[in-house]
Design a protein around this ligand. Structure first.
Ligand code: GDP
Length: 469
């Protein structure tokens, strides 16, 4: 009624909404990235560090003491799998530390804070509770948004054009040559084509390529083997009679959009307030120029999901709601000596600018950073043939041996990486980038100390800092 309205206006006048004061505010933080980008490790370490707040100096609410306590709570979305925080943390911090199992589908975790707000509000209201709902989901699923605007014919043509020059696509090409798209659908043929196509997508991912739609072919979850995942791109035949392989694949592609893609965007994506996109930029650089170019393309696609008006259907679902902040983070920065972190961040910034040129995020704040959610290395400077090398040292994942490692020097000017990527060349001409996989280090954490990281606190400050003070 009038009183509530008047109160609402008054409260807005002092910079808060009614719900902030009368209810417990909820911030939904989306964590995404392509598979192996580091989502699981990121969430696990973020939560561990937020619970203890022992290593979060750049999160102002933690260092200023306005977070009085932090604790895990049952999430309100009871049908969404819970992010298995305890198991993942035990994997990382146990006696034989190992990396946890990666994200395969959507998962959620609720972390709640008792916060003492400053200023006038704080004086009136005293401590209050803020809930952080962390939503973990595969970036592959975001790429599917682009499918909503694409017909089966367009998607097939684009996918096959990309596969054309890839040597690992031989199996796919052979299978397609043997298939007649205008012939009557034969289920075993459809199944084989879908399997061959899935194998191709997996190979593409393994080679460092990012754009591998449809996302559920790589991470099917409970849909594995269902008709909605039993299709493949086909060259368009002259005739597409009713009941033909082409028509049936087209029907399944449309069902995938309707039954798989849309529900994900409606039920999960549309409710996100803040978003971090994790990117294994070092992995792509190691894989070569083509993988970087593909990453650039995938990042554009991923980020365009956050552009208001990008898709008419999505706009309708969002009702004007939008993600307020998007952080673009290069992960696994502990593979580099900190002297190179600025260069990695510059590459991320260049990729972000490139994506922003196409997608204006209208109101969303964006930033790029280099982080390591779980630091597995220490720095070491070695002298090799009269040259000093800034290395990192850690336990090798394969052999369990300790080794110091020099990954190669990233260029000072990120444009050089992007230009080489655009040129379509096979290998970097002037540099050699290597990558090593380290095992998580064995830790003895003091009480109240979170796991070691690089700039996780800075990332948290950007993403949620304003909601915790
Ligand atoms: P997800 O598929 O996005 O959930 O990726 P994960 O979080 O499972 O990470 C994939 C792999 O990347 C891990 O198994 C680790 O090998 C590596 N990784 C992730 N985060 C870090 C990090 O902060 N430092 C290092 N050195 N490796 C990491």
């Amino acid at each position: 009624g009038d009183i509530a309205d008047g109160l609402a206006r008054g409260v807005e006048g002092i910079g808060a909404t009614v719900s902030d004061i009368f209810f417990e505010p909820v911030v939904r933080l989306g964590v995404t990235g392509l598979s192996r980008a580091g989502k699981t490790v990121f969430i696990t370490s973020l939560v561990a560090n937020l619970l203890d707040r022992g290593r979060m100096p750049q999160l102002v609410a933690a260092s200023s003491g306005s977070i009085l306590s932090a604790y895990l709570q049952p999430q309100p979305d009871v049908t969404v799998p819970r992010f298995d925080y305890e198991t993942h943390l035990a994997a990382l911090t146990g006696d034989t530390p190992h990396w946890p199992e990666s994200t395969r589908a959507v998962a959620q975790l609720r972390l709640s804070f008792r916060v003492q707000p400053g200023g006038l509000i704080g004086a009136i209201s005293g401590p209050r509770t803020v809930h952080l709902d962390i939503v973990d989901y595969p970036g592959e699923w975001l790429l599917d948004l682009a499918l909503l605007d694409k017909s089966y014919a367009d998607w097939s043509a684009e996918t096959l054009a990309r596969a054309k020059s890839r040597d690992f696509a031989d199996g796919l090409h052979a299978a397609l040559r043997g298939a007649d798209a205008s012939a009557r659908l034969d289920e075993p043929v459809a199944k084989t084509l879908a399997q061959v196509f899935t194998t191709y997508l997996q190979a593409a991912r393994a080679q460092g390529f990012s754009d591998c739609t449809p996302g559920r072919f790589l991470l099917p979850g409970e849909l594995e083997g269902s008709p909605v995942l039993t299709f493949a791109p086909l060259p368009r035949p002259a005739e597409t009679p009713r009941g033909s392989l082409w028509r049936e694949m087209e029907r399944r592609y449309e069902a995938y959009k309707r039954e798989v893609v849309k529900p994900f965007f409606r039920d999960h994506f549309s409710r996100i307030d803040r978003q971090i996109v994790l990117v294994d930029a070092l992995g792509a650089i190691h894989a070569g120029p083509k993988a970087v170019e593909d990453l650039r393309y995938a990042m554009r696609e991923i980020l365009s999901a956050f552009r208001p008006g990008r898709n008419a259907w999505l706009s309708q679902i969002l009702h004007g709601r939008r993600v307020e902040r998007i952080l673009f983070a290069a992960t696994k920065a502990d593979h580099l000596h900190h002297r190179q972190h600025g260069r990695l961040t510059a590459i991320m910034e260049a990729l972000l600018r490139d994506a922003k040129d196409r997608a204006d995020f209208a109101g969303a704040r964006t930033a790029a950073m280099s982080v390591a959610a779980y630091r597995a290395t220490v720095e070491e400077t070695l002298t090799h043939e009269g040259e000093t090398l800034d290395c990192v040292r850690g336990t090798l994942l394969d052999s369990g041996k300790q080794a110091a490692f020099y990954p190669g020097a990233l260029p000072e000017d990120p444009a050089r990486i992007l230009a080489a990527a655009r040129s379509g060349q096979e290998a970097w001409l002037d540099a050699d980038y290597r990558i090593m996989r380290f095992a998580p280090a064995r830790l003895t954490l003091k009480p109240g100390e979170g796991p070691p990281h690089i700039r996780l606190d800075k990332a948290a400050e950007f993403l949620i800092g304003d909601r915790l003070t």
